[in-house]
Design a binder for this molecule. Sequence first.
Ligand code: UDP
Length: 322
Amino acid sequence: MKRVLITGAAGFLGSHLCDRFIKEDFQVIGMDNLITGDLKNIEHLFKLKNFEFYHHDVSKFVHVPGELPYILHFASPASPIDYLKIPIQTLKVSSLGTHNLLGLAKNKKSRILVASTSEVYGDPQVHPQTEDYWGNVNPVGPRGVYDEAKRFQEALTMAYHTYHGLETRIVRIFNTYGPRMRLNDGRVLPAFIGQALRGEDLTIFGDGSQTRSFCYVDDLVEGIYRLLMSDYHLPVNIGNPDEITIKEFADEIIKLTSTKQKVICKPLPVDDPKQRQPDISLAKKVLGWEPKVQRAEGLEITYNYFKGLTQEELYKSKHRFE
Ligand code: UDP
């Protein structure tokens, strides 16, 4: 039976995963508490008979009736601004929430894939990051609530694997972009594109020499799908190794949007990683996966999505928890 529970279904990644599993003929159960997710991302699915939606917070006991062969845990705030605004929920969803979902998986004999992150490497001293690097994380800094919850999530998932023999998968997701990113989530791509569309200057944090490596969402979803269907239970990096400085990235957005605005520098946030690039040798080997979409192509699609937003959405730029 092809039935999957996707938590965080109304979020950026969750909604794209729902689309993919619907396409693969799954019965999809989406779950979200809508703190950072938006029903608009999945409203096109409500008319389908193989899609159900539960408005629920996975930090509380999770009940799903019937057989459930697969679970994907993608519920979590995922931007540094969100962690600052809702630190406790961020900690709870990847600790208590993961525990509830592992319990559900044990009960239903499901295979469960949990969304981990490159943030488990913290401000990495090994470059590019391989899965066997243990990271450099500040537990009490502003990102600690996310990084440590995700590290705990990995430990808990492995414990259920070794102690209960659960079928588990762990994906470490690197910076990902595409349509349905939240314009006001503070992440660099929606921040820059939003600023360009509103005719504001682009805000670079620090001197812009820090690097990131951006993966287009369809590539990420393909990697996750392959990992779920594989028999590999240790963590796997999924991301695009094409590394770029934030300054170069701002220049690309200026060119893409033809904005006449300039770049202005703002203070670098505490513990902002100086460099980030996935080593994807393992994903290539065990999943036969590598990203296909070039940044120029992915950015064009994403820009067109943001251009389609209403003026009201474009100017609703204040953070939603303010
Ligand atoms: N950043 C920036 N200007 C912004 C938002 C972010 O220069 O308006 C920088 C941020 O300091 C970081 C990089 O862009 O170095 C990526 O930030 P994001 O929040 O997207 O993701 P993360 O830091 O988690 O990789």
